[in-house]
Ligand binder design. Structure first.
Ligand code: AMP
Length: 114
């Protein structure tokens, strides 16, 4: 989508620090990290949020999800542990309407989901 920030990152119209890429997904560092390691993992295809998923996305989402531990290993946080966050819609605070996993690690975290 033309006016989607993450589509523009996929298309290299906006620079990012890429940590993983294949033909279906892209992983890049969050510009405002909430932990020492904070990477966003996204499908290259524009999907606005979890609410837009259909069964047609099953294989893509399996591929995306399977790459969470692969990216975590590349980041050196696979064994120390990490948190995966998905925001969906207004009350979650979702800012960018392109489905993304936050992968957060590099420090101990509390179970505070406020
Ligand atoms: P969310 O609130 O779940 O939609 O998360 C959007 C995330 O995108 C936030 O953590 C932002 O810091 C991050 N973000 C916004 N612009 C950029 C950018 N140009 N490059 C990397 N991350 C970004």
């Amino acid at each position: 989508m033309d006016n989607c920030l993450f589509c523009r990152i996929v298309n290299r119209e906006i620079p990012s620090r890429i940590v993983y890429e294949d033909d279906l997904v892209l992983g890049f560092y969050d510009i405002q990290p909430k932990s020492p390691v904070h990477v966003l993992l996204i499908p290259k295809e524009h999907i606005g949020s979890f609410n837009e998923l259909t069964r047609d996305h099953d294989r893509l989402m399996a591929h995306l999800t399977a790459h969470i531990p692969i990216v975590a290993e590349k980041l050196g946080i696979k064994n120390s542990g990490y948190r995966v966050v998905v925001n969906c819609g207004r009350d979650s605070g979702q800012e960018v309407a392109h489905l993304h996993y936050h992968i957060l690690g590099g420090r101990p975290m509390e179970n505070n989901f406020g």
